[in-house]
Design a protein around this ligand. Structure first.
Ligand code: EPU
Length: 335
């Protein structure tokens, strides 16, 4: 009987694997490394950013239960926290808000674990995890040795880091060092969040971190499926970046198209493109497009990974044909 991965992936795909190892210390992780040599293996955090495409992953799965939050340094205006990779992300954000450690409020209610925040560079409402990461503690799976990556070495960019690309599968994150502020400097760039604060009689000057966290949770609840009820991996695709010329062409035919400046072009919301192609709320087999946010693909119940891929591919084809834009999954496909 193979171990089930059902409770290890937020898409709730009923896949199995050859072996599953849950570890709760660095020593345990290191003792598992010899078994990985020459084998297919995969490390999963909260499983909130992957899709098991086939019903069986013929390899070894590792999952971290390293849980701890330590204050390792306190200055007059900041605190340095060392957080176990297996901590639940949102519980960590809640802890920070309660203790007056500021910076992560906008990243409330994102499913997943702390370790994944350092790999994915999770982002929402104008804040990215990497903005607050001072360093990342890892184990090199080839040598079993510790390696500390400084912020600069992590190469953070939109939904990306060195752990997701050059070093994918080489280093396992064990702890993340977050530098947070003792002064509250809210990031209020998203009108949906500001509107909720205003509805509660608060303004950017009067809202505290708990109110901001509450507003972010409300926006996510309104737009995104409840992770406890509906299987999904949040945003399925990354928002594409198109050239200035292509953006101007698109705006001449679709002046209402939302768009944002990006370092290497113009960012266009994938959710808008998918909605324009008529996919919002549509289903294909047991997979569907969330009716409130077209960027989120959902499991309607017992969907297989390949049904989700079929839906994703149909969407990619339509967006390519209609807008000449390639959508790339943010979700990692595991075969
Ligand atoms: N839009 C549509 N139709 C849709 C969805 C969006 O027209 O079905 C439009 C919205 O009206 C808005 C624009 O697209 O003008 C952007 O939408 P939204 O603010 O919902 O954000 P997003 O770009 O779709 C990104 C992140 C989310 C994050 C939000 C808020 C990515 C891939 N996704 O979504 O992250 O919560 O911004 O900052 O960058 C996740 O990664 O799982 C995730 C949920």
């Amino acid at each position: 009987m193979y171990p089930s991965l059902l409770s290890y992936n937020t898409f709730r795909i009923n896949a199995t694997c050859r072996e599953l190892h849950v570890y709760d210390s660095i020593d345990q992780l290191v003792s598992l490394l010899p078994q990985l040599v020459g084998q297919r293996w995969l490390h999963i955090g909260g499983g909130s950013n992957l899709l098991f495409v086939t019903p069986h992953f013929d390899g070894i799965v590792l999952h971290s239960h390293i849980r701890s939050i330590e204050v390792v340094e306190r200055t007059s205006d900041s605190v340095l926290l060392r957080v176990g990779a297996g901590e639940d992300w949102d519980a960590f954000v809640a802890y920070c808000v309660e203790h007056g450690f500021y910076g992560l409020e906008n990243l409330s209610f994102i499913p997943g674990q702390v370790g994944a925040s350092a790999v994915q560079n999770v982002g929402a409402y104008g804040v990215e995890a990497g903005d607050h990461i001072e360093a990342v503690e890892t184990i090199d799976t080839e040598t079993g040795e510790n390696r500390l990556f400084s912020h600069a070495e992590c190469h953070y960019a939109y939904r990306s880091s060195i752990f997701k690309h050059e070093y994918q599968g080489r280093y396992v994150v064990t702890h993340v060092l977050y530098r947070l502020s003792l002064t509250f400097h809210p990031v209020l760039t998203h009108t949906a969040v500001v509107r909720i604060l205003e509805n509660s009689g608060l303004s950017p000057d009067t809202a505290d971190a708990a109110a901001l966290r509450h507003a972010v949770v409300e926006v996510r609840r309104a737009k995104l499926p409840d992770p406890h009820e509906v299987g999904s991996a949040g945003s399925f695709f990354m928002n594409p970046i198109v050239s200035e010329t292509q953006a101007q062409q698109l705006l001449s035919t679709h002046p209402e198209m939302p768009h944002y400046p990006a370092s290497n072009g113009v960012k266009v919301p994938a959710g808008w493109l998918i909605e324009q192609c008529g996919w919002k709320g549509r289903t294909l087999g047991r997979a569907g497009v969330h009716p409130m946010q077209a960027l989120v693909l959902i499991n309607l119940g017992q969907a297989t990974g390949s049904e989700v891929v079929q839906l994703a591919t149909a969407i990619q084809n339509d967006v390519k044909q209609r807008f000449d834009i390639a959508l790339h999954p943010e979700v990692l496909y595991i075969h």
